[in-house]
Design a protein around this ligand. Structure first.
Ligand SMILES: Cc1ncc(COP(=O)(O)O)c(C=O)c1O
Length: 548
């Protein structure tokens, strides 16, 4: 959307929009100053900070008059408010805003065209961008590329977008067996509410009494997620899986601190972990201690125990993905969680692959104290997946192109008090950690997708999704097994919801690389699965016995 906005408007269009916004902001500033209010920021583009005490009123007086007119101003303190205009604001809106100040000050109103005289007094027009940001205004050209200077009519833009769309392979052509961050099935029915103004038109900081519907939806989503993940409380604030990991580890840290165990700073992480796990641990200041993997890709419990005991005085956490990033359910997961608990640590179960569990077991049940799930993943209802390959759903939010996402964390009751809050609109537990997202409920506007997905499928449907994911992945593994090296399976020869196909032998025997397989799949109109999965970085060669 942002790219097409830039293509459509081009540099001239953007300048014009900026000029209009700035011009209207100046007019408003002058107008409110004429009533005795003081604009305290002298250099501005689209935002005014207004001291209302100079006109003998309080910020509360102004806010209550504004709300009566259907307008929210930004609360700053008891004598100051903030107003930001954007291109959607027109002269009538400006008059409405001005009249809020007028009513508070003198109980009078002006007619819709009254501000025109302010504008002409200031010899302002909509494209004026001079004072008071003249010294900041850009004078060099920008967006000189042809694409930003060519498609400025609706038909031109439509044709350009269609031209791009025709190059694409998308869900309208077939399934996309890519990795975790890619959409596979995002039902239209769960996406539709996104375009409703009741969801899309609410500002993240809107007063809570104006967003009761949102509050109900978020509460229901959090409760449903707690139920299906096996936890006691959930926060949807984190914007991604990685952000969930960070939030979850902060919660663990706060828990240890409240038990006078704040010195605990060792985080055990298996070699099979997704790269975000050690990165998140490092971000909260934990020391990462890797745990070995066995040749079949599963956790080395002996190594885990050794390290948990060795670090027992400083053990903060163990991060483990279940089922693992190698596409197997670790048989020893419950034992692993017990080992960590026995040595004073908390267990973070990375639930990015939870699509293989929902309705069948749960992240909480296998022993986690806290987990994130990735709502911005996919529901592999139609076909399981391949990773050279992939992993799973979980709750239907499209994530192609990298955003936006929701990585909610579920916690057991002893961690619930520490769920994150927000400085503007408090959320979370009774002794919360600070916000992990710019907005109180993170990417709230897309929560409607997962809410609808869960409500439409219900318990039975969600369980069926998990079964299909497992069945499909195992079907593919079984069919390919005679010809390909399915790298990791459990002791029954089964994979979880995904599988890794090791193509190394073909490079040796026939000079064929992974990319050759991808291209050949494309010849048959299949989207290739995620390729070049760097197994070697997960299982060092000295710990890996190909024959077994
Ligand atoms: C196992 C696992 N953990 C964590 C993440 C991180 O999630 P996100 O990409 O939303 O930050 C992913 C994403 O692919 C994942 O597969």
């Amino acid at each position: 959307m942002a790219a097409m906005y830039a293509v459509y408007h081009g540099p001239e269009g953007l300048r014009k929009i900026a000029g209009k916004v700035h011009g209207l902001t100046r007019i408003l500033g002058k107008a409110v100053e004429s009533l005795g209010f003081t604009v305290t920021n002298k250099a501005f583009f689209d935002t005014l900070t207004i001291d209302v005490s100079s006109a003998g009123v309080t910020a509360a007086d102004v806010h209550s008059a504004a709300v009566k007119s259907g307008i929210n101003f930004r609360p700053v303190n008891d004598k100051t408010i903030g107003i930001t205009l954007d291109e959607s604001v027109g002269p009538l809106d400006l008059t409405d805003i001005f009249n809020v100040f007028n009513r508070v000050k003198s109980k009078s109103e002006v007619e819709p065209d009254a501000l025109e005289s302010v504008a002409s007094d200031m010899s302002l027009n909509a494209s004026s961008t001079t004072e008071p940001i003249a010294n900041l205004a850009r004078s060099t050209p920008f967006m000189k590329q042809a694409v930003f200077n060519r498609h400025h009519s609706e038909s031109d833009l439509l044709r350009y977008m269609m031209h791009l769309q025709e190059k694409d392979y998308s869900l309208v052509h077939g399934m996309i067996p890519l990795g975790s961050c890619t959409m596979k099935l995002n039902s239209t029915s769960s996406m539709v509410p996104l375009s409703w103004k009741e969801f899309g038109g609410v500002h993240p900081f809107a007063p809570v009494d104006q967003a009761k519907g949102y509050a109900t939806m978020i509460k229901e989503l959090e409760d449903d997620l707690s139920l299906v993940t096996g936890y006691d409380a959930t926060s949807i604030q984190p914007n991604s899986g990685a952000s969930g990991e960070y939030a979850g580890l902060k919660v663990i840290q706060a828990f240890h601190e409240s038990n006078q165990q704040g010195h605990r700073d060792v985080c055990l992480i298996p070699l099979s972990a997704h790269g975000t796990n050690p990165a998140s641990a490092a971000m909260v200041g934990y020391k990462v201690v890797p745990v070995k993997a066995l040749a079949d890709g599963s956790l080395d419990l002996v190594d885990l125990k050794e390290k948990a005991v060795k670090h027992k005085d400083n053990l903060a956490s163990f991060m483990v993905t279940y089922p693992s990033t190698f596409g197997v359910f670790e048989d020893g997961i419950e034992e692993a969680c017990q080992i960590v608990h026995d040595n004073g640590g908390q267990v973070y179960v990375d639930g990015a692959n939870a699509n293989s569990l929902i309705g069948l077991s749960s992240l909480g049940r296998v022993g986690g104290d806290v987990s994130h799930t990735n709502l911005h993943k996919v529901s592999p209802l139609f076909l399981g997946m391949l990773r050279t390959a992939t992993d799973g759903q979980t709750f239907s939010i499209p994530h192609g192109g990298g955003g936006p996402g929701i990585g909610p964390i579920g916690v057991k009751s002893h961690l619930a008090p520490y769920l994150p809050t927000h400085p503007l609109i408090p959320t979370g537990g009774s002794s919360p950690v600070s916000a992990v997202s710019g907005a109180p409920w993170g990417s709230a506007s897309i929560a409607s997708i997962s809410w609808a997905y869960i409500k439409m499928l219900g318990g039975e449907g969600l369980t069926q999704v998990s079964k299909m994911a497992l069945l499909n992945a195992n079907y593919i593994a079984e069919r390919l097994k005679p010809y390909y090296n399915i790298r990791f399976t459990n002791k029954n020869g089964r994979v979880a919801h995904e599988l890794l196909i090791d193509l190394a032998e073909f490079e040796k025997s026939a000079g064929l690389k992974v990319s050759d397989f991808s291209k050949r799949l494309q010849d048959y109109s299949f989207h290739p699965p995620t390729a070049q999965w760097p197994i070697s970085t997960y299982v060092p060669p000295d710990q890996f016995d190909r024959q077994s």
